[in-house]
Design a binder for this molecule. Sequence first.
Ligand code: ZN
Length: 497
Amino acid sequence: MTAPPAPSQPSGALARYEAVIGIEVHCQLRTASKMFCGCSNTYADDPPNTHTCPVCLGLPGALPVINKRAVEHVLATGAAIEATTPPATRWDRKNYFYPDLPKGYQISQYDLPLAANGRLSFQTSEGEVTIGITRAHLEEDTAKLVHGTDEAGRRVSLIDFNRSGAPLMEIVTDPDVRSAEQARRYAEELQALLRAIGASDADMERGQMRVEANISLRPRGTEPFGTRVEVKNMNSFRSVERAIAFEIERQAAALDAGETLTQDTRGWNEDRGMTYVMRSKEDSHDYRYFPEPDLPPLRVDADWLASIRAGLPELPAARRARYQADLGLSGYDAAVIVADAQATVLFEDARSSEPNADPKALANWVTGAFLGLLKMDPEAAGRVEASELADLVRRVGAGELSGTNAKEVFAAHAADGATVASIVEARGFRQISDSGALGAVIDDVIAANPKAVADFQAGKPVLGFFVGQVMKATRGQANAALVQEAVRGRLEGDPGS
Ligand SMILES: [Zn+2]
């Protein structure tokens, strides 16, 4: 007999090589206006080039003005990841030419980022992991290139400046990440954190959070870094994990074959499940950073920073721990609720509205019915009122409403916002927990199903069938637990049940 391998033992390429991974995340900040001008920062569904002005079009002579809210989002992020913020920071120009960058430079931060030396901890299948965060800085986004064909069938590239100058936060980790799973979990945890503090909606599919990874391998037990490959175009958490797992295997196979890796930038092709070369090192830029002459250095007042720190909400890790320790939720339920901002608000507000509602029952409704609806029909999910959900959970807990009917009430409430009380009243729902009233129905069901009675006596599992028949006869209003007990009692020959 052979023992199964210990789960923490690295398999495949990771048995021979250690992966050294650093992650860069760009996220769009939630502000009313753009980074250095007054143009609206809410442009996602608007026609191209409808949110522009001389500043974000990069016209000569236009002068930038700093968006205070954007700075506060980065300071809040820094506080949440326990980073340090220098008393004064400044802006730098990152120079390069590309059609989506009209000024020929991007205003960014080079050697004095708004936040440095932070960390983020999260759970993985192998326990808790802490990743160091080198820096978080503020910069402006580029315009968006749209490639297509014109009426004459010629290939054209169009530029939409709506995104140009939008506030962007770049967050860079230390090379601490050791596996594809850790990379995915880091990105998920960062998203939950950014949403919790309101800095960004951080939706990867919508490009509000863009994840890039620097990956190299070194033989286990050695220190020097291997050749680093940058991977881009990972548009979901799943892609992050798949792309990095693929890249680790690809590099290990090359190293095993005695090949020399090249320092490429690679893209991830989701359909083919592989990375491909986008550009090689020869194309790498010298950005010639220099201080931005159009903006003064930014002083970060200690009181300002203290008030931002004091205003931080409960962070995801603390919230998960509280849900488990104080409310008795499972680690899974706590993680699922905290990972979704709407679910968290619904859960918290429902608990405030009915402090006596069973937290586990409430969590089941939030993780099941609510998150299911949010996926299928976000508009309907948006109509779910915390106080109504709390009322629903209270009625089920008090035995006034059956589980079956409660699902129907939840759907009806989400459909048009009607109150739980009015739906229960209109549909005549009340759970029948009275054994006298149920007894007659149960007797009828037993009398009508002699074959199932014989099956029960032969030891077949038919109790569920009887409960289902009673539910049908009572339009789902019977107390299922009571019915089950009563049916069993009668079939086992105890008419008093
Ligand atoms: Zn503008």
